[in-house]
Design a protein around this ligand. Structure first.
Ligand code: IMP
Ligand code: MG
Length: 184
């Protein structure tokens, strides 16, 4: 099979299908709309994994809001993050005195998002909350409060709906669990 055809072939088994994603993202958007009405919050999407979630989430959040993006990278490719986080691309605007909502694809060890929260807090926002699509709670090394959560999932490596494995499968419209041993 050509590499492109292979990239679109569904890997593993479907864990959360498109209908379940749509329903839950709709609920998260409604919750954000209720909590942030008239606040013009800044939703900070963490690239690249949160791109698809963010795109659906903002369309389910019928209030005035601002979107921005930040890119972080943890060293090392495969199914295992090293825990060393660096800022790869910064926000495009100041967040001083703004209500900020971090939009993340998945919280695994918690290292990425705790780094990000600390980083954003140095910029004196009015508040910082976290909205995450997936929580792999069994893997947590660092305590993280998730204010808005889509789904708790078991310790499996997942792809689709923005999440990748080696850069592929972000465009799958559902979340699939990749076969093989869980990340350790
Ligand atoms: P943490 O710093 O360990 O919480 O890792 C969070 C980051 O690792 C996420 O933002 C993802 O980019 C990546 N990650 C963790 N688990 C998975 C997974 O199962 N599939 C795809 N990416 C993952
Ligand atoms: Mg990510």
């Amino acid at each position: 099979m050509s590499p492109l055809a292979d990239a679109r072939r569904p890997p593993g088994r479907i864990l959360i299908d498109a209908d379940e994603l749509r329903a839950r993202v709709g609920e998260l958007g409604a919750a954000l709309a209720r909590d942030y009405e008239s606040e013009n919050p800044v939703l900070v999407g963490v690239l690249k994994g949160a791109l698809v979630f963010m795109a659906d989430l903002v369309r389910a959040t019928p209030i005035a809001l601002t979107m921005d993006f930040i890119a972080l990278s943890s060293y090392g490719g495969g199914t295992r993050a090293s825990g060393v986080v660096k800022l790869a691309a910064d926000l495009s605007m100041p967040i001083e005195d703004r209500h900020v909502v971090i939009v993340e694809d998945i919280i695994d060890t918690g290292r990425t998002v705790s780094y990000l929260k600390r980083n954003l807090e140095t910029r004196h926002p009015r508040s910082v909350r976290l909205c995450a699509l997936l929580d792999k709670i069994e893997r947590r090394d660092v305590e993280v409060d998730i204010d808005y959560l889509g789904f708790t999932i078991p310790n499996l490596f997942v792809v689709g709906y923005g999440l990748d494995h080696g850069g592929l499968h972000r465009n799958l419209p559902y979340i699939a669990a990749i076969d093989g041993p869980p990340a350790s």
